[in-house]
Design a protein around this ligand. Structure first.
Ligand SMILES: Cc1ncc(COP(=O)(O)O)c(C=O)c1O
Length: 421
């Protein structure tokens, strides 16, 4: 963004620096509001994250001072808009350690995975091929593969998790038979919180000639992610869960794949030359960015990356691990609460069931206490069916939450249970 922007990114946090978490929390204006007359306790960050002031200001500044379309106009505003958009690409690429020219900007993980499904998988797969998925995938990493399977005759084969919510790697590797052409695996489960060892999994898949698509939606906001080190073929993530605006996200793909892939959507920006004798497509990543993108959103997402790096991804990870331990201990101490997902490596997502209470009733009554948790099947029907549960409540924590909020949540839960008893 050019001079005049009020957004001053925090400088990256020096390693080992202590973070003033109260100051960090104060950056999030929405967390100061009340709900039903009670202080808001927001425990739904796995659904969407709250936005710090620099992100809100970056979106505002874009529309107030820089608004124009990207890559089309030579005037100053056009140049500024293009710079803001491309700066987001550079920042995101730096965050996950990939090259910017291998990073497709898009509306989020759902778009990103559909792009791989339609542009990479559809032309390659054939009857008899297998698309391996884990049963802990979000629908965004299941349904696109079912659509591809329907059109190609390939089969989608699920791999079940263990009772405690982890992936059994021997089972997974045994399922990597010669017919498997693609493995779709989430980095972090949005229901169980399980952090999957994607580096090891992708290495094994690669040894067998299986392409890998990793869903990083729940990982990138919470830990240092090094996509180059993971060694996958595609990595998808979404902006709104990482303090950025909705309708933003990215797909990283290996250069050789992106270069070989036909466009997914046709229109402006994705072409070099159009005539009725034939159209020449743009190079990746722009080949996959047809139409006017969410430019203001990407200005905000760039600010979100600066913000997260300013706090420090390792500090965020450590803070959330502390909050997760507190939340898990408090729910265990409450009695009559069953936590779904006890994998040894977990992110701060806790799905739970309470004896004698329906998840929706709990979430509705918790809302009246000011506590926002999600209830339902969390876009993961096959996973809940596997565990034989109709619905869970899910409390998901981010670095801007506090220990006091966790205590307030558990106290509210106990009150609500008494009401439902
Ligand atoms: C693991 C996972 N994958 C994919 C998605 C879909 O992300 P989006 O709706 O931003 O495309 C989500 C969102 O809840 C998710 O948690």
């Amino acid at each position: 963004m050019s001079a005049g922007s009020p957004v001053q990114p925090r400088p990256p946090a020096p390693a080992g620096a202590r973070v003033d978490w109260a100051r960090v929390r104060a950056d999030f204006p929405l967390l100061r509001r009340t709900v039903h007359g009670k202080p808001l306790v927001y425990l739904d960050s796995a659904n969407t994250g709250q936005k710090p002031a620099p992100v809100i200001e970056a979106v505002d500044a874009f529309y107030r001072r820089h608004n124009a379309n990207v890559s089309r106009a030579v005037h100053a505003l056009g140049t500024e808009a293009t710079e803001a958009y491309e700066a987001a690409r550079t920042a995101l690429a730096g965050l996950v350690n990939v090259r910017g020219d291998e990073l497709v900007l898009c509306s989020g993980t759902t778009f990103a995975i559909n792009l791989v499904a339609y542009s990479w998988a559809l032309p390659r797969l054939k009857a008899g091929d297998v698309i391996l998925v884990t049963r802990m995938e979000h629908h965004a990493n299941i349904v696109p593969w079912q659509l591809v399977a329907e059109r190609t005759g390939a089969v989608v084969r699920p791999v079940d998790p263990t009772p405690d919510g982890a992936l059994d790697l021997d089972t997974l590797y045994r399922a990597m038979t010669p017919e498997v052409k693609l493995l779709a695996v989430t980095h972090v489960s949005n229901v169980l919180g399980t952090v999957n060892p994607v580096r090891e999994i992708c290495r094994e898949a690669r040894r067998r000639g299986i392409a890998t698509v990793v869903d990083g939606s729940q990982a990138v906001p919470h830990m240092t992610v090094d996509v180059a080190a993971i060694g996958c073929d595609f990595y998808a993530f979404t902006g709104h869960k990482m303090c950025g605006p909705t309708g933003t996200g990215a797909l990283w793909g290996r250069r050789e794949h992106l270069q070989a892939m036909p466009p997914f959507l046709g229109g402006g920006e994705m072409i070099r030359e159009v005539s009725f004798d034939g159209t020449v497509f743009n190079d990746p990543p722009h080949r996959f960015e047809a139409g006017t993108p969410n430019i203001a959103g990407f200005a905000g997402l760039r600010a979100a990356v600066d913000y997260l790096q300013g706090v420090g991804m390792d500090a965020i990870h450590a803070r959330e691990a502390e909050l997760l331990a507190h939340l898990t201990d408090a729910l265990d101490a409450a009695g009559g609460v069953r936590i779904l997902g006890r994998a040894p490596e977990k992110a701060a997502v806790v799905s739970f069931l309470v004896d004698g209470a329906h998840a929706h009733d709990l979430a509705t009554l918790l809302d009246l206490e000011g506590v926002a948790v999600r209830s339902g099947q969390h876009c993961a029907h096959p996973l809940l069916q596997f565990y034989g549960v109709a619905a869970t409540c899910r409390a998901s924590v981010a670095f801007y939450n506090t220990h006091e909020e966790i205590d307030a949540f558990v106290a509210a839960l106990q009150k609500v249970r008494r009401l439902l008893a």
